[in-house]
Design a protein around this ligand. Structure first.
Ligand SMILES: [Zn+2]
Length: 76
């Protein structure tokens, strides 16, 4: 079994279990998956979001990653 995060045409996200990736594609193509919130069968796989919790490093004037003490180019 494989779980996919799906999103309907109205923007509702939900998870659904499928036997495998092919079964997921087949069910979506056959419109046999309905959104639990609005019942829409216009459902597609949502892009898997990367793990949240870590902020992307902000751009720095020197282009180097920022450490805890700040941009090395600004030292001194
Ligand atoms: Zn929906």
């Amino acid at each position: 079994m494989i779980r996919y995060r799906l999103r309907c045409a109205h923007g509702h996200a939900f998870d659904s279990w499928f036997r495998n990736a092919d079964a997921c594609d087949a069910d979506l193509a056959a419109a046999s998956v309905a959104c639990p919130e609005c019942g829409s069968t216009e459902v597609a796989k949502a892009i898997m979001a990367p793990a949240v919790g870590k902020q992307a490093a902000p751009a720095t004037p020197c282009g180097r990653p920022v450490c805890a003490c700040g941009c090395p180019a600004l030292d001194g």
